[in-house]
Design a protein around this ligand. Structure first.
Ligand code: RFL
Length: 402
């Protein structure tokens, strides 16, 4: 069945049932399918939604290496842009870090997530991979036994059921895999108390660096996506809806916080997409529950301040694919047994760095003694990063690394 059509009701089988066609699920599906493992991807959304959902853009060097190893990097090598500079703008002046020449001397590749997902999907379908769109997983059952099942509903609400040997939960933070975890599962959660308005603007990038502006009004960020599209972030009023600010107010805030009077203008353009992002982090521990294994945002959500989520998703997908191939081809379960601790080491490193970035980029709210103390520490940290080569090497290693 090379099904781009909906899955029929009734029970079907695959050795590995993968929930979710994001970076995690599609990387995993491609590697498993190429290794001859019988797998299927179940995706709640339709084909067009999956191919056009704009999110990440900064891919780490390790992500590119993983995709290259499995013949999945053709599009990003052709159309992605290497990137290795960031610029910090503060009330004490601005400075740039050529992070691509610091630390491990690794670069990001700027490549929109929807293009990566489209490439992965095309590659998988061309190779004869199975995917069922508009098929929402409801629950994973019997994960503590050898034959777990996934209950599903199609777009018309018709129920169905997939029987598997392993289920890979790559369906994000609100997916069925997380909902199906046993009650005692630990979830570590942190609310960073900061809200961003995430914007995609129909405007060329205004600088050749990732721009981070720390301003008394709040944080603003600039990230290139393509020659015509730029992602911006604005620290935003918690609880305000995404449409609370007019486009004029958004551009005025970006101009003020990015200090365009000192550093030159931003290219303005139509706002194509806006979303409210409350900065939260969480980690599920462990990532394996019997025959249910989690990867990507289903396993951990690093707050997007450090651009780690899609990169962790690809790293975990490769580890999981290799472990499942060992288990299903050779009956060797050692890598599967070690999957959760291996991933958690990377996840906690990413969480720690995202936490550091959040503290670095945002002033505490409120004028009390403690916030003055925290603000003074933050400014000292900025000064250390501006002046210390050791600090810069540490930053570069963590900013691009995993
Ligand atoms: P995804 O991409 O969310 O895909 C999950 C898929 O599962 C489907 N699904 C279901 N399917 C079947 N049954 C169900 N019950 C289902 N429930 C959900 C969904 O429709 C979807 O297709 O998860 P995955 O694969 O784990 O990938 C994670 C990344 O998408 C995410 O971490 C990144 O986008 C985070 N992130 C960034 N990460 C980076 O590495 N670099 C970046 O530059 C970067 N920028 C960003 C980001 C996230 C952002 N948002 C969403 C806050 C910028 C933004 C604005």
């Amino acid at each position: 069945m090379t099904e781009r059509q909906k899955s029929p009701a009734g029970q079907q089988t695959a050795d590995v049932v993968i929930l979710g066609a994001g970076p995690a699920g599609l990387t995993l599906a491609n590697i498993l399918h190429a290794a001859g493992i019988d797998c299927v991807v179940l995706e709640r959304a339709d084909d067009a939604h999956v191919r056009t959902r704009a999110r990440a853009g900064f891919l780490a060097a390790n992500t590119v290496r993983v995709l290259e190893r499995h013949g999945l990097a053709e599009g990003l090598n052709r159309r992605g842009k290497p990137h290795g500079t960031c610029e910090f703008r503060t009330e004490d002046g601005s400075f740039r870090l050529d992070y691509g020449a610091l630390g491990r001397r690794e670069l990001h590749t700027v490549y929109p997530q929807q293009d990566l997902v489209s490439d992965l999907l095309a590659h998988y379908l061309d190779a004869g991979g199975r995917i069922a769109f508009e098929t929402e997983a409801q629950a994973v059952r019997d994960a503590d036994g050898p034959r777990p099942t996934v209950t599903v509903r199609d777009a018309e609400g018709r129920p169905g059921r997939w029987r598997a040997r392993y289920v890979a939960g790559c369906d994000g933070r609100h997916g069925a895999a997380r909902r199906s975890l046993p009650p005692g599962t630990r979830r570590h959660h942190r609310d960073h108390g900061v809200t961003w308005l995430g914007l995609l603007a129909e405007a060329p990038p205004s600088m050749d660096a990732v721009g981070y502006a720390m301003h008394p009004d709040g944080f603003a960020g600039h990230m290139a996506r393509t020659a015509d599209i730029t992602r911006y972030y604005l620290q935003y009023e918690p609880g305000a809806p995404a449409d609370a600010w007019s486009e004029e107010r958004i551009w005025a805030a970006l101009d003020r916080r990015m200090r365009t009077d000192e550093h030159g203008p931003l290219h303005h353009g139509r706002i194509l997409q806006r979303s409210v992002i409350h900065l939260e982090s969480d980690v599920v521990e462990q990532l394996r529950h019997g025959s249910l294994l989690l990867a990507g945002d289903a396993a951990s959500l690093p707050a997007p301040a450090a651009a780690k989520g899609a990169n962790l998703a690809v790293l975990e997908a490769e580890l999981l694919a290799e472990a499942l191939v060992d288990e299903l081809r050779r009956g060797d379960s050692r890598a599967l047994d070690g999957y959760s601790p291996r991933c958690l080491a990377h996840i906690w490193r990413a969480q720690e760095f995202a936490h550091w970035m959040i503290q670095f980029l945002h002033s505490p709210v409120g004028p009390d003694e403690e916030s003055f103390f925290h603000e003074s520490m933050r400014r000292s940290r900025v000064e250390s990063l501006r002046t210390s080569r050791t600090h810069q090497d540490w930053f570069a290693e963590n900013y691009v690394g995993l």
